[in-house]
Ligand binder design. Structure first.
Ligand SMILES: [Zn+2]
Length: 267
């Protein structure tokens, strides 16, 4: 999974598409695959009961599970629903582009995504950084911000920052607002400065989160940097051992990537 890319990718896409895309559905699409599922991956404690997926990666990325949210077809289906309900073509394909960028981005980790579900449950995975959601939110954060994952997010932040003009008021007025009537409705209810802050929000949220988690992992705690392919080497990364992904998933899913018995830092 990516921690920050999904916040800032929409600004890079916005720069590319200009007036042809609606930013809000693009951003919602970019968040959609993990919306309402992530909490169950890490687990929550409700009135003394722990609610957590038995096999977080299976739940998050597999089938049976909610892995279909990371398929290209899921984006198509939701986009069609948006089109049917709203008759707004730009909203529909903007959502689609956002959701596809999320599904493709998550192929970067060691579990990958079922891009072509329901036609196949094969997991497409580049395996560049460790999937460690099963270790809990904090260990996952420590691992992600010590390995290639945070570098990848950093590249997206660079790309979005390189296109800083997309964040300016004039760009917003000329390109973002005209593409989507929602901004007009928002302007009727809110002062202009707040509407602009809403548009810029995900960028600043992403950048702040990236910096804060890095400081948390390496200043407040002592997670070891390990920027190697599939890393960090010290975390028990999950992967899909063979192309029969769902079988591998059901059978306990997993192998370790790297010397994963090394133990993780405590904090
Ligand atoms: Zn995801």
């Amino acid at each position: 999974m990516s921690w920050v890319a999904h916040d800032v990718e929409p600004y890079v896409l916005q720069r590319h598409f200009g007036k042809r895309i609606a930013f809000i559905p693009l951003l919602i699409g970019s968040y959609a695959p993990d919306m309402s599922t992530k909490w169950f991956v890490y687990g929550v404690n409700l009135f003394g009961f722990e609610l957590k997926a038995d096999n977080p990666a299976q739940f998050h990325r597999g089938w049976p599970g909610v892995g279909f949210t990371h398929s290209l077809m899921f984006g198509v289906v939701v986009a069609l629903v948006i089109l049917l309900v709203t008759r707004h073509k730009v909203w529909a394909y903007s959502f689609l582009i956002g959701q596809w960028s999320h599904a493709l981005t998550d192929t970067g980790d060691t579990v990958g995504t079922m891009l072509l579900f329901p036609f196949t449950t094969h997991h497409f995975s580049v395996g560049a950084w460790a999937y460690a959601g099963q270790t809990g939110r904090f260990n996952d954060a420590g691992a992600y911000f010590s390995g290639p994952g945070f570098v990848w997010d950093g590249l997206w932040i660079l790309a979005a920052t390189w296109g800083w003009k997309t964040l300016t008021r004039s760009y917003f007025e000329e390109n973002v607002r005209p593409a989507d009537p929602v901004w007009g409705w928002a302007s009727a209810a809110l002062p202009a400065v707040m509407v602009l802050a809403l548009y810029r929000g995900a960028y600043f949220y992403g950048v702040c989160r990236w910096i804060t988690w890095l400081l948390w992992a390496h200043v407040a705690n002592d997670f070891a940097f390990s920027i190697v392919w599939g890393g960090p080497v010290w975390v028990p990364a999950l992967n899909v051992a063979n192309t029969a992904a769902s079988t591998a998933l059901r059978g306990g899913m997993v192998g370790c990537v790297g010397p994963c018995c090394g133990g993780m830092p405590r904090f």
